[in-house]
Ligand binder design. Structure first.
Ligand code: DX5
Length: 236
């Protein structure tokens, strides 16, 4: 474990993590390569099973097909009713980070331990109504905390600004008890909202529709988002 100061400094870094939900699924490989070229930090795969959320997206085979095309890290955001039976499949497909929803895990401590045993990093996502207390007893098994700023299931939704106190409380909890843990927000993040989310304490930003809205200028869009987050930090 890094020393506290080193961990806190490392987590000050701004990370832009595109969701491929709004990508062109007819040319997904080209889109992930364009994202790498645009200078993003990781790629998030929004996995949906039509049970936990009223939408279905992709399985491990799609992720595995894209894995050799880029050097970027992949994170699987599992919006599925029961993640345990397939945990290993996402790691085998090439995801270095597996994010489960606390709301879907009967035994969250055990699930996170199984992800670590597979050699992957762990993430827990909390829906807007789910309190931070859901993770306070598993911080030792956590590598990333994902605070949802929309209700899961679809891209293009509006940012829920009332999550900002929760983001700030998460920042305070992690700074005090788990400075190595990355704090990510997901949902409705755009140039209009990233500053407020950064000021509240987020450092990793999952962005879907706002990034792909400027599909032909992804690099500029990534730079604008980074600048917006940094500006939010300076005004915090
Ligand atoms: C919701 C998804 C979205 C996606 C980002 O289930 O998790 O939040 O990643 O989509 P945008 O950026 O369009 O809100």
């Amino acid at each position: 474990m890094r020393d506290r100061t080193e961990a806190l400094m490392a987590n000050e870094r701004i990370r832009i993590v595109p969701s491929v939900l709004p990508a062109d699924f007819a040319r997904l490989g080209e889109d992930v390569q364009a994202l790498e070229k645009a200078g993003v930090d990781r790629i998030q795969w929004d996995v949906m099973d039509g049970q936990y959320v009223p939408n279905i997206t992709m399985g491990p085979n799609v992720i595995a097909a894209c894995r050799p095309l880029v050097g970027l890290g992949f994170e699987a955001h599992l919006m599925v009713k029961n993640p345990d039976p397939m945990i290993g499949r996402w790691v085998e497909a090439g995801c270095e980070l597996v994010i489960v929803h606390a709301e879907t895990c009967l035994h969250l401590h055990r699930t996170l331990g199984s992800i670590r045993e597979l050699g992957a990093r762990t993430g827990v996502a909390l829906n807007p109504a789910t309190p931070l207390s859901a993770v306070e007893n598993v911080l030792d098994l956590l590598d990333l905390l994902l605070v949802m700023t929309v209700n899961p299931g679809f891209g293009g939704q509006s940012y829920i600004a009332t999550m900002e106190p929760k983001i700030a409380a998460a920042r305070a909890m992690l700074d005090e008890k788990a400075p190595d843990v990355e704090l990510e927000v997901d949902g409705g993040i755009s140039i209009a909202t990233i500053g407020a989310a950064a000021a509240a304490g987020a450092r990793t930003f999952c962005v879907g529709s706002a990034l792909f809205a400027d599909r032909d200028n992804l690099g500029d869009a990534v730079q604008r988002l980074r600048a917006g987050a940094t500006e939010g930090l300076t005004t915090a």
